[in-house]
Design a protein around this ligand. Structure first.
Ligand code: G3I
Length: 454
């Protein structure tokens, strides 16, 4: 029987016990004196083992007796019943872990917790891992950048979000605030406030920034969709927008997705976006030329989804790359995938086609759905699915890590914690597609990323 069920049965029994004991007076009080249970206050000590820096010694020091106690070691193993004596818990994965002790007595629940930081040398005394020697995911590879997305609101609120960014990642992408609808909300009025905050944070923390995305049909402000002027005026406006933006971040933004998702699903022809309507079928070339003119040193990417899962789309994307000649530096494969696919062979085909063209490859928006069957009733990530996800992370990272050095650029994951993923709104079903749970604890997927580098 699951620990949780025992947990609730015990709760029920103790509540029943409380109720009964107050009914028959065996304690010498008068009939109407209620029995006030002793307040239970959870407490514990934690100490790094003297013999193994990866081992934490946990001692439940909760005062009193006849209470039930359970540990959550923050490793995604769920609740574990406290045993007499010292608990020895091994942490051999870099990251941040929150340990929680829950005690119950007479219907009263109390918890205590502590957070530890772990790097490749073990548990960091007082949570301080010292000067970063490149620990975490970013330190596990020196041949490409490890990227994560963020938002200006998360940057300004700081806390565990920014700690996790600094601990594991060295390349930042703005999830939505470096797109035209945010940076250019009305004609002649640019708003770079959010983008500046993200770029500023990256600079302060020795991270690169991948600009995403200058031109995207899904993040085009209404005034551009309904542009009033001539086609020539439209094209001049786009050139001004790209030039202004790219020059503003020259030297602070290492790379840009110049155009995102221009290939129509199914037909694999160019989407009939307002940019194509107003600037012609060669609008992509024009936009890359504007960006190249604005900053000859910034890396320019074309980015799209279903690059691996749709061979027809893959061919169309490679055609776009071929049509750009030396205007393009790299291709972004978004990699919104699942535990069921695409297959390693299809992912490899993306890498092979990019490498043979001498281009950089960016796995740009990796997330791995664990509930592709869209089961609306699933309530937790099963260990089986967590293992499948770990294996898929390992497979994807391994394929990326195996490409030649000159073609390497970055592997970016599209979200830090499961509960922050865009996929939850998009598919409307529960899912756990990322490497950290909502308590910022690394999941098996995190280890899968590391194993992919072996
Ligand atoms: O933060 C504001 C919030 O303050 C406001 O109350 C709320 C209601 O308007 O909007 C919130 O901003 C939303 C933001 O996501 C954060 O949730 C924006 O409206 C919404 O447009 C934005 O959606 C982003 C979307 O791209 C469009 O830019 C998603 O976060 C982002 O994950 C998604 O990412 C795309 C890639 O760029 C391209 N590939 C597919 C991927 C998923 O769609």
């Amino acid at each position: 029987m699951k620990i949780k069920n025992i947990y609730f049965i015990l709760l029920f029994i103790s509540a029943l016990f409380t109720a009964c004991s107050s009914s028959d007076d065996t304690g010498g009080g008068t009939d109407d004196d209620p029995i006030i249970p002793d307040p239970i206050v959870a407490s514990f000590t934690s100490e790094i083992s003297g013999s193994d820096p990866r081992v934490l010694l946990l001692n439940n020091t909760t005062a009193g007796e006849d209470f039930d106690a359970y540990w959550d070691y923050g490793k995604g193993d769920g609740l574990i019943e406290d045993q007499p004596g010292i608990e020895e818990v091994t942490y051999d994965t870099p990251g941040q872990f929150t340990i929680t002790l829950t005690v119950l007595k007479s219907g009263v629940t109390s918890t205590a917790n502590t957070t530890i930081n772990v790097d490749e040398d073990g548990i960091c005394p007082n949570g301080d891992c010292g000067p970063s020697n490149g620990s975490g995911l970013k330190g596990a590879t020196t041949t490409f950048s490890v990227g994560m997305i963020t938002r200006s609101s998360l940057i300004s609120s700081g806390g565990q979000h920014t700690q996790s960014l600094i601990a594991d990642f060295n390349n930042l992408t703005s999830e939505y605030e470096m797109k035209m609808n945010i940076m250019y909300p009305s004609q002649g009025n640019y708003d770079f406030s959010a983008a500046d905050a993200i770029v500023g944070f990256a600079q302060a923390n020795n991270m690169d920034v991948h600009g995403h995305a200058l031109i995207w049909h899904n993040a085009t402000p209404p005034w551009v969709e309904n542009f009033a002027g001539t086609d020539a005026e439209f094209e001049a406006m786009v050139e001004d927008y790209i030039t202004t933006t790219v020059q503003r971040y020259s030297g602070t933004v290492r790379s840009w997705d110049v155009v995102n998702e221009a290939v129509e699903d199914g037909s694999n022809s160019l989407r009939n976006s307002v940019f194509r309507q107003k600037m012609g079928d060669n609008y992509i070339q024009k936009c890359f030329q504007f960006a190249r003119n604005a900053d000859p040193n910034v890396l320019l990417f074309y980015n799209d989804y279903n690059f691996a899962s749709d061979s027809g789309k893959r061919a169309a994307i490679f055609d776009i790359a071929d049509s750009l000649g030396n205007l393009i530096d790299g291709l972004g494969a978004q990699m919104h995938i699942s535990i069921n696919g695409p297959s390693a062979a299809n992912i490899q085909a993306v890498a092979d086609g990019t490498v043979t063209r001498g281009l950089k490859l960016h796995f740009a928006e990796l997330d791995i759905r664990t509930n592709p069957e869209e089961d609306a009733n699933v309530s937790a990530l099963s260990s089986t699915k967590a293992q499948q996800q770990k294996d898929k992370f390992e497979e994807v990272v391994n394929i990326y890590n195996s490409i030649p050095l000159d073609n390497k650029f970055a592997l970016t994951v599209w979200g830090l914690r499961d509960n922050e993923s865009w996929l939850l709104d998009f598919w409307g079903v529960p899912d756990w597609p990322l490497m950290f749970d909502e308590s910022y604890n690394p999941k098996p997927a995190y280890q899968g990323f590391l194993d992919g580098l072996q």
